[in-house]
Design a protein around this ligand. Structure first.
Ligand code: CS2
Length: 482
């Protein structure tokens, strides 16, 4: 036990037996899903302890293990106030690259009734433009040959295979990533892979498995070392694995869990404040387009304009007007809202959340993995606007901003550390092209991101936006456009 951990006030939670395995245990799920589950257990009981799995590195395990996997969630108010709570629902953390067999073994245990995931958009090894499993992905190539997998789809399918062979029901796969119809997407990835192993296994998963979609929302910036030191100073004890987030949280869950477990199929998430619904899609469209779409637009254009955080970017009146115009003229008209939801009010609430100065959400962090994010956050909205013959210059500038960003040089001539599975290819395509028109054409040719049809429609407006940003700079180009 970490020496100072004994000073951490205990939350009084009697640790329940494990019922959930979470793949991709990062800051977001610890600030979000773990809290809902812990609250559900406090209110309604149930064996819903969580075993976390890190698919990449041991860092989270190494920080949590010495403090018995307990940690602090710090919610940061706009006025600088903070409130903290202890979370103790995590029972253990496994590191897949160290011991994949241990991960499969725990996922195959019939006491595990749900596998949740936050593996980020790139973790499903799918083609962002089509949703199909990418059989050329190195982890999928590995998992097709090896009994012990590396990828999230690989762990899901191999564990389901063991459960079927042992006569156990499947677990419910509950994805918590920002993807449209995310349950259908992960189901398709699992079935695409299972068919390669055994068509009968794929049939069993298709018939018996459940892959509900969800919409998840809580702004949770990466924890920085200085956050840990500041909290230790403030509280008198050191927590090496705190998470910091905004007060707001919303979880909308399709109520479709493996029926074999009856009332024990899931925790009482509704009691913890989650919304259990029949159809998540309208909520997904609202959140992916209005929050994540503007997050990415502000991230690229704001970063190029020299703004480090989202709060800093929307404090700039040019970008404040830009994001409000995006919502009003280009995003809200593009989809049907959830019943009874006032999208103008939702946009106002989003703007207030973005201005929270306590939340130091870096534009650079949000800019990561744009090739995996653009299709559902921005391109789908553009496609719907084009189909409705509605101009969307703001989103065209966002695409152009992404293209400038992946070019790898900022407006001061400094290198940008572009984090993206396709970073090298995108940079090379941009470097090899001379003019704005050629650079845009080259990047529009990346079929993992842009369909051929959409590329043809984007060429002219994105080239115009790209040339304006290159000539005038991001901020001036947006100001000219407004
Ligand atoms: C952000 C999201 O990093 C990003 O891409 O847009 O993590 C965003 O903060 C969450 O979806 C908010 O719910």
């Amino acid at each position: 036990m970490h020496a100072d951990a004994q000073k951490l006030e205990r939350s009084g939670l009697v640790k329940p037996a494990a019922g959930i395995v979470h793949l991709g245990l990062g800051a977001f799920f610890r600030a979000f899903g773990a809290i809902y589950v812990e609250d559900a257990v406090r209110i309604s009981g149930g064996d819903w302890g969580i075993i976390g799995v890190s698919l990449q590195s041991p860092g989270t395990r190494d920080r949590l293990a010495p403090q018995d996997f307990a940690y602090t969630v710090v919610t940061q108010d706009p006025d600088g106030g903070e409130s903290s709570r202890r979370v103790e629902i995590i029972q253990d953390v496994l590191v897949a690259p160290e011991d994949p067999e241990a991960v499969l073994s725990v996922m195959s245990d019939p006491g595990i009734r749900i596998v949740t995931l936050t593996v980020t958009e790139k973790g499903y090894c799918h083609d962002p433009a089509t949703g199909a499993l990418n059989f050329d992905h190195p982890d999928i190539v590995h998992d097709l040959e090896a009994a012990l997998p590396r990828s999230a789809p690989g762990f899901l399918v191999r564990a389901l295979e063991r459960r079927r062979n042992a006569g156990h029901p499947p677990f419910t796969v509950l994805t918590c990533d920002n993807l449209p119809e995310n349950g259908k997407l992960v189901r398709r990835a699992a079935l695409d892979l299972a068919r390669k192993f055994d068509p009968a296994l794929a049939g069993w998963i298709a018939d018996e498995g459940r892959f509900p979609s969800t919409m998840v929302d809580r702004i949770t910036p990466a924890t920085k070392p200085e956050d840990i030191d500041r909290l230790a100073q403030k509280t008198g004890y050191r927590d090496d694995a705190p998470v910091l987030c905004e007060p707001f949280r919303q979880w909308v869950v399709e109520d479709d869990f493996v029926p074999d477990y009856g009332p024990d199929a899931r925790p009482d998430l509704a009691a913890a404040g989650a919304e259990m619904v029949a159809n998540v899609t309208p909520y997904e469209n609202m959140k992916l387009r209005m929050l994540n779409g503007t997050h990415s637009s502000l991230a690229y254009l704001g970063y190029l304009a020299g703004h480090e955080t989202i709060a800093e970017t929307v404090t700039d009146p040019v970008f404040a007007d830009y994001v409000k115009q995006l919502w009003r003229d280009e995003i809200i008209p593009s989809f049907t809202p959830p019943e009874g939801v006032d999208l103008e009010a939702y946009a106002d609430a989003l703007f207030t959340r973005y201005t929270n100065p306590s939340i130091r959400h870096r534009t650079w962090q949000i800019a990561m993995d744009g090739s995996q994010k653009l299709p559902q956050r921005i391109l789908a909205t553009i496609a719907d606007n084009l189909a409705a013959e509605r101009a969307c210059p703001g989103l065209m500038h966002a695409v152009a901003g992404w293209m400038r960003y992946v070019g790898g040089v900022d407006e001061k001539g400094q290198p940008i550390e572009v984090k993206d599975p396709l970073a090298t290819r995108l940079r090379d395509l941009s470097d090899a092209a001379g003019t704005a028109e050629q650079k845009v054409a080259a990047l529009l040719g990346v079929r993992e991101v842009f369909s051929a049809r959409l590329s043809a429609q984007l060429a002219e407006p994105v080239t115009e936006a790209y040339a304006r940003i290159a000539a005038r700079g991001s901020r001036n180009a947006i100001e000219d456009m407004l």
